[in-house]
Write a protein that binds this ligand. Sequence first.
Ligand code: SAH
Ligand code: SF4
Length: 392
Amino acid sequence: MQAYSAPSAAPEGDARIDLVGLSRDELTAVLAEMGEKPFRTKQLWHWIYHQGETDFLKMTTLATGLRERLAERCIVGRPKVVTEQNSADGTRKWLFGFADGNQVETVHIPEDDRGAVCVSTQVGCTMTCRFCHTGTQMLVRNLTAREIVGQFMAARDSYGEWPTPTDETRHLSNVVLMGMGEPLVNYDAVAKAMKIVMDPEGIAMSKRRVTLSTSGYIPNMRRCAEELGIKLAVSFHAPTDAVREQIMPINRKYPIAELMRAMKEYQEIAGARQYVTIEYILLKDVNDSLADARELVRLFDASGIGVKFNLIPFNPWPGAPYETPSIKSCQAFAEVLTNAGYAAPIRVPRGRDILAACGQLKSASERQRLSRVRAREAAGIADPDHAPAEIS
Ligand code: SAH
Ligand code: SF4
C-alpha cells in the first residue's frame, strides 16, 4: 500500500490554489496567469489525474522553473483521511475531512476483478427519506467538484492504484454516486466532477462505469442524460404514491407518474441499451408484499422503459423505524419480478459490520455532535450551531 503525502488542504492563511476539481479551462487560466501557454494544461492534467502525482517537483516533463513556481502558488490536494475502516468482507470505508471541518463517508466495495467506489455528493441530505441514516443528519451542505473528485482520488491513493491502470486491470473500476446526499440536487458540482473523472487523458472512467442514484429529483434528470449520459439508478421503493410518499417526502413534489416520464426521457436520450436500475428497498410490512411486487410489474410492463431491479433488504441503523424482511419473503418478492421477465437480484449487504452498507452512512462528526446536543439538552443548555444549512 502506498503512503501519500499530499496536503489535505492549504493551511489557513495559505493562498495557494488547489488544482484538483478545476476544469481544463480553469486550469489553463491558472497557467495563463503564470505566463504559461495552453499546451501545458495537457501535461499538468496528465500528472494530476493519470499519474496521481501530488508533488510538483516530481513532474519531470515540466521545466524546473515552472515546477518551482507551481509549488509556490498551487497544491494538488486531497481530503484528509480522518479514519479508515476495513470490513471482514473486504469493504473499506473512509471518513474524509474537508477544510471547513465537514466530513463525509466514502466506501470501496471490492468484487473479484473490479470494485465500485461509492462517493458522497453532499454532507448529509435534505431529502429525509425515513429509512435512511444520512437523511437524519441535520448539518447539510453541497460538496464542491474538488471534494467529489478528491474522494475518488484519495481512495485510489489508499490502494496505490496510480498511474491510472487500463480498464481491465483496475480494482477501483466503477464510480457509484450512492454515498451521502442527493446528487441531482448538487448537479453542477457532480457534473463537473464526473467530467473530470471521465476525461480520457486522466482517470478515464468510461460513462458505462459511472452510475448516479437519485431519489427522483426530476429537474436535473434531463441535463444529466444529455451532458453526462451515465447510468441512472432510481430509488423507487414503492409502487404507489400513498406508500412512496410515506417513506420518501420527495414523492409529494415529484410523484410516480412524473418520475416514470422522466425515466423514459432519460432512456430515450441516453440510449435504449442503457437500462435504468430500479432500486427497491424491502421494508418489512411496508412495501414487501407480493401484491406490491405484482403492482410493480404492472407499472413497468405498461411503461415501455427498459429496467432492471435491484432489491435491497433494509440495512438497519441505530434507532431506525423499520425492520428487515426475512430472506424468504425477499426471495418471494424477487420471484414475482423474475417470473415476469425482469432481472431482480437481491443485493447482498456489504460492510454492514462497519456501517458502510446502503443507507448507513452518516459522518462520525455528526454522530458526535448529536451526542453533544443530547448532553446539552439534558443539561438545559441551548445548542449554538443547531440550525441546518439551506440548500436550494
Ligand atoms: N440519494 C441517492 C443516493 C444515495 S442512497 C438516492 O437516494 O438514490 C443509495 C441507495 O441506498 C438508495 O437506493 C437508497 O434508497 C438506499 N438506502 C437508503 N437507506 C437505506 C437503508 N437503510 N437500507 C438499504 N438501503 C438504503
Ligand atoms: Fe438522501 Fe438518498 Fe438517503 Fe434519501 S436515500 S435521504 S435521497 S441519501
